[in-house]
Design a protein around this ligand. Sequence first.
Ligand code: FNR
Length: 210
Amino acid sequence: MNVLGFAGSLRRGSYNRALLRAAVELAPAGMTIEIFDLAAIPPFDADQDADGARPPAVEELKRRIRSADALLIATPEYNYSTSGVLKNAVDWASRPARGSPLDGKPVALMGASGGDSGTVRAQLSLRHSFVFTNSLVLNRPEVLVRRAQTRFDDKLRLTDEPTRKFVRQLLEALADWTTRLREGARALSAVSSDSAPAAGTGGPAPGAGT
Ligand code: FNR
């Protein structure tokens, strides 16, 4: 299982980048996590969102999301929401609205902050965006790393054992979730290839057209 991970903070000493590195180390057997650095993704510009005009880093991000079995996202909390860096990457990846690389993609969220909320509001705001993109976000376990400065050593290694355990549980749940979704999709496509829809039924639901 090939998982693409990215963090919504660009700073060198970021706890969220460190959390993602810990996840790479804690991945269960059969799962590989590759990290994509969002530093090269420019601000979203709809004028550049066309074939041949898209910045190369954006094309690469979309290609890597499309080919990944699942996504693992580490979000900081900025002003009760996710970071602009992360939202911007989601905005690029969310186009076209139908058939974007995020459509149907299994996603796991985690996050670290210095305060007591552990990014709960940032994660909820990301979940909100993933409703529109039809991404399939794992509900549990929630990995909310509170008071992050106490969980990492001075080399930014995740040393807090309970947090390591939560990250491991999240990755195991993501593996299970991704497998179940894949099997469900396979079963559904077998059913739909057996029976053509009657006139006026089937096809995409109206809405979400922008
Ligand atoms: C923050 N921080 C913060 N923390 C929090 O718990 N709730 C919040 O709403 C905010 N808002 C916020 C806004 C801005 C602009 C900054 C720079 C910071 C603190 C933030 O969670 C903390 O700096 C984390 O360490 C940032 O994540 P990284 O960079 O360590 O991954």
